[in-house]
Design a protein around this ligand. Structure first.
Ligand code: FAD
Length: 407
């Protein structure tokens, strides 16, 4: 038996599916979201482990994402990190930060191993340009692998090895800086312009707040879609569902299987969460290893968001690229070197492996891919836009608009 229970069926209640549903309901259309798991958020969810808040991989929200502003940023009690980083090198930890947030951060910039005065000047000129240029100019520029684009501007060596690569590898989830130069520039721009933080109760608070804006009952959980056709889907252990259109907002790999579209390469990351008796720093700032060690970044979550811990212990999130954690002894010694403290008393709370964390967006890629596949069949998700919260949200709105415009 088939039933037509909505104008549009949306597959997946991640950010893209939620954005699609919000746009369509705002336009007065009825929507049913079919979500395989037991809650909204997809790759952006938080769990409670022994009272600690553990996000499904370390990630942050940036208030400069235009699509969040467009949607109306929910009140998430955002707990901010300092705009900058602690850079670990052989001589110590250097705080390089926006002096408006951390007065000693500018001095750190002078002390950090970022190359000759001319190299520093070129780095700062580039960062200044991506901050002040209109986003449209960046989007309209020629796209290359980011490292190549930097080299063409004379930015190589120390500024890349001691700042850009350690910083961006934790954001792009790849070390080669082979990612689209336009996307990398947009990322740096949002870091310069926005506040970066986590909601007091975990990253899952954002999708939960967006889901709460939908009419009650819009999202059906535990509904795994096994096949899609224009205007129709099959649900595991259920009946076929019909609507005027279907928007597939599943994760990139499932979407490619369901739709037979391009399968993007995916970058992986693994985050280990430690409860520590006393934090290695009181600063709410990310620590980066500028000497090419195996840990991409480490951050004391509770310095920004004390509610991530149920008691006085601090919670530290440390990430490595790839789908597997480091052997424990190696991880502890890498963290001891980064922070300059012993880690023997650090207690592992959880390990979050995310083998398919971000779709690769190599240099030369379009920043937007079509969302309309055929009449009655659409696709949304960060693989249709940029691999980010911003990209996922925009793709959902674009899919909804494409359907609304075509009717
Ligand atoms: C560890 C990590 C760190 C990140 N850090 C950042 C960051 O700092 N800043 C940033 O901007 N972005 C970051 N991102 C990226 C951002 O989280 C994602 O781009 C975004 O959440 C993707 O949303 P989506 O809706 O496209 O896909 P998803 O979140 O994957 O949502 C897809 C949904 O579809 C559901 N689904 C799948 N198959 C089916 C099916 N067959 N039937 C029904 N439902 C199905 C899934 O359960 C899921 O809920 C990070 C991602 C990860 C994983």
């Amino acid at each position: 038996m088939t039933s037509r229970d909505a104008d549009v069926l949306v597959v997946g209640a991640g950010l893209a599916g939620l954005a699609t549903a919000l746009r369509l309901t705002a336009a007065g259309r009825s929507v049913r979201v079919l979500e395989a798991s037991d809650g909204p958020g997809g790759r952006m969810r938080s769990d409670r482990v022994d009272g600690f808040t553990v996000d499904r991989g370390f990630q942050v929200l940036n208030t400069a994402y235009p699509e969040l502003r467009r949607l109306g940023m929910p009140d998430l009690d955002l707990r901010a990190f300092v705009r900058g980083a602690l850079l670990r090198d052989a001589h110590g930890l250097h705080l390089v930060a926006d002096p408006r947030q951390a007065p000693t951060g500018a001095a750190g910039l002078l002390g950090a191993p970022l190359g000759s005065p001319a190299e520093r000047a070129r780095l700062l000129a580039y960062l200044g340009a991506v901050t002040v240029l209109p986003a449209a100019r960046i989007r309209g520029a020629r796209d290359r692998p980011f490292e190549e684009a930097l080299r063409r501007r004379g930015i190589a060596g120390d500024p890349v090895e001691h700042f850009l690569r350690p910083f961006l590898q934790g954001v792009l989830l790849e070390r080669e800086l082979a990612t689209s130069s336009r996307f990398a520039a947009l990322v740096l721009r949002t870091f310069a312009l926005g506040t970066v933080g986590v909601p007091a109760s975990g990253m899952g608070a954002l999708p939960a707040a967006l889901a709460a804006r939908l009419p009650v009952g819009t999202i059906e959980y535990g509904a795994r879609v096994t096949a899609v056709r224009p205007g129709e889907v099959d649900v595991e252990h259920g009946t076929a569902r019909r609507a005027e259109a279907v928007v597939v907002a599943a994760d990139p790999l499932t979407a490619s299987t369901l739709l037979g579209i391009r399968r993007p390469a995916m970058h992986a990351v693994t985050t280990v969460w430690h409860a520590v008796p006393s934090p290695p720093t009181r600063r709410a700032v990310i620590a980066l290893d500028t000497e090419g060690g195996p840990v991409a970044n480490s951050v004391v979550m509770t310095n920004a968001a004390p509610g991530y811990s149920p008691d006085r212990r601090a919670l530290v999130a440390s990430s490595v690229l790839g789908p597997e954690p480091l052997p424990d002894a190696l991880l502890r010694s890498a963290l001891a070197r980064i922070w300059g403290v012993g880690t023997a008393l650090w207690e592992e709370v959880a390990v979050t492996r995310v083998p398919a964390a971000l779709p690769a967006l190599p240099g030369g890629s379009p920043l937007r891919r079509p969302v309309r596949l055929t009449e009655g069949l659409y696709v949304a998700g960060d693989h249709r836009d940029t691999p980010s919260i911003q990209g996922a949200l925009v793709s959902g709105r674009r899919a909804a608009d494409a359907w609304l415009a075509g009717r």
